[in-house]
Design a protein. Sequence first.
Length: 510
Amino acid sequence: MSINAKLAESNGWPLLRSERGFGKIAIFLAAFSAAMATWCFTIGGFVSYYLSAVPGSFAIIAGSLLGILMVTLATLPMCSKYGIDSVVASRAQLGTRGSYVSLILVYASAMGWSTILFIYKGRAIADLLVTFGIMDAQYFAPAVAIIGVLAIFLVLKLIRKGPEYVRSRGPIVAVMVAVMSLVILLLLVQRVGISGVLNAVAVSPYADGAGNWASAIEVLIASNLSWWAYTGSIVRTSPSARSSLWPVVFGFGLGVGLGSLTGLYTGVAVQGSNGDPTAFLLSEGGVIVGFVMLAFLVVANVGTAMMGIYAASLAVRQLPKTDKLSWKTTILLVSIPAMVVVALFANSAEAFFSVFLAFLGVAFAPICGIQIADWFLLRKQKYDVRSLFVMDKSSKYFYVGGFNIVGFVSFAAGIGTYIYLLDPVTYVYREPFQYMTASFPSGIVSAITYTLGTLIFHAPRGTGGYGRGTITTDTPKATSPEAVGVAGAEANAPSDLGGARSPLPKAASD
């Protein structure tokens, strides 16, 4: 990869098609390795509260695929076409400055998942140390904090070589995780028996059967909506949206779905486990099973955390002047909040996780709805890439002071819809949640609001790149590295340029 391409890769600038080297298998394995981790045990454990093994299995797979469907429609077409990430793509709907909100969402999502993983890793390894008599139980809490923080430094060491290194190791991690996940699932079934899984009942279901189904499906939809933060950073390295579609759907959707099945079966079959098979398998399986679990925890969570810190770092480098920082400095600064949380608040992981899941649905369902409506209905599947990277008034996406009020009103409408249908803290729902879930209505309301608002306020005035008379002819000042290569990427979107990057952007045109 050329020096310019490496700069574009680490700073979020558009990648030329000739610089995108990930094929179908590489995209699938990168997505799968990011999706499959120990958080899946907790997700499956949540489902076990509402449904037993068989219906819960269908709900997990259905919810996973529905969630990734929304993310795929919202991010994959434009990110693959122009070689951009999710945050950059959102500038067309939220405004050049308004997109900082999506940057915050990406950072919170990616680092939230990573923090959970580091805490779970610390707990699991501390459990192993206590079980094998290596450490006294009284040191469990500080051991969790120390191991979790050390795990963060391990991940930083692995990804300090840059984004290309992160994704090149994804396939290796994915294969190892898949094999070990299958081993853990087989060990669980062997210990409790197939009948022990199939005959177990849900832990604490509602009286309403429809409410149980909707709650279980919503958990998986919300979990998979968080891949909005990851999808753009992965598919921008693929030469076409078509070749990325199924690898992303099956990599993310089935990765979370299949991983969560272990949590579901553990949750219904092992009382008080909350979906985590670690303690049960350690007590039942002895040393050999313990080492299998240790290998899984180390490999699986490291692979996912690598992708999480990478996605968060890529988002943060969209801020002004942050591209001046070295890659090593960026990933360290991005990881400091996770270190603080892991070191001081590891005992609050369960309460944090339930609220975090709700946050994912509340935040990302409206964004997905807005982007789907904008791309397919309003913009006819075309962006002005130059305007995505120019932050002054010459950008079509500057709107009012850099903010698209219609986009934010639509975002708020989706959030309000979600909270009305499902309380994100108590998980108490209102009708018609049991028939529609909360994420889909939230996305639909946001999409309708954005479409109507754009047609009423922007299209007649030709603002935001909508309507007629919106072609920008002024050449903006090339005051930042973000301007480098933008014109080349735009021209390269429908066909392979294969040439060098332009030092200055051309005039924008659709």
